[in-house]
Design a protein around this ligand. Structure first.
Ligand code: G6P
Ligand code: MG
Length: 232
């Protein structure tokens, strides 16, 4: 697993201090609910939208997601600003309705054990999500107290792939980016982690531009020791 070029081992030795997690699609499967909600909006407004197109929306803010759907449909001019705001509001209403059913059973496989072990080893933990619903999702999952810091998407100006939300986490944890590992399921998120100067673990990322440093096919494969061995 570790890079085997002659001297890369020593060069890449950093003490890992923190794990910083995306929420939707990494800690819980709300990525599916975001998809379902946008699908309903697309159908209602006669727009094309499928799972492939949805990959571009992962990790991206609510409003930027709508703009991407409109771009795919070359429909940016078809709706005025008021209508666009209405679509975004409606999407969030549908999404929040879907959230009503989530409980700790919706934490993705292996995540609880992974977080517990990481904490026991003294790693700092944070959540770097673009979602303004992150707080309520984490409350419903019952895992909020595990984290040392949860970024407030409302205070983040630039959406992933911009590194802002990850840098905000590093700053608030009091650690340098090169000693942090970011966990992401989206291409925009992997780019954001790289741009922050962090290293990335990917969870079933559909790679189009930049591959995660350490890719996994699912959260059940995550292993604290393996992640630390890979990056330290
Ligand atoms: C996450 C999801 C995106 C979603 C964004 C905003 O990054 O991956 O799909 O658009 O959060 O979520 P919100 O709950 O604020 O609409
Ligand atoms: Mg995600």
């Amino acid at each position: 697993m570790k890079p085997t070029t002659p001297d890369s081992g020593r060069e890449s030795r950093y003490m890992i201090r923190a794990f910083i997690f995306d929420l939707d699609g990494v800690l819980t499967d709300t990525a599916e609910y975001h998809y379902q909600a946008w699908k309903r909006i697309a159908e209602e407004y006669g727009l094309f939208f499928d799972r492939n197109a949805n990959e571009q929306l992962k990790g991206v803010s609510r409003r930027r997601s709508l703009d991407l759907i409109l771009e795919i449909n070359q429909a940016g001019q078809r709706f005025n600003e008021q209508e666009k705001e209405q679509m975004v509001r409606e999407k969030n209403r549908i999404y929040r309705n879907l959230l009503k059913n989530i409980t700790d059973r919706d934490i993705l496989p292996g995540i609880q054990g992974f977080l517990k072990e990481a904490r026991e080893r003294g790693l700092l933990l944070a959540v770097a999500s673009a979602s303004r619903n992150a707080d309520s999702v984490l409350n419903r999952l019952g895992i909020k107290p595990v984290f040392d810091y949860i970024a407030d998407a409302g205070q983040i100006a630039r959406t992933k792939p911009d590194p802002e939300v990850f840098l905000d986490c590093c700053r608030n944890l009091g650690v340098l980016p090169h000693s942090c590992i970011g966990f992401e399921d989206s291409q925009a998120g992997i780019e954001a982690i790289r741009a922050a100067g962090m290293r990335s673990v990917g969870i079933r990322v559909k790679v189009t531009t930049l591959a995660p440093d350490l890719p996994y096919q699912g959260t059940e494969e995550l292993d604290v020791q393996q992640v630390l061995d890979y990056f330290e």
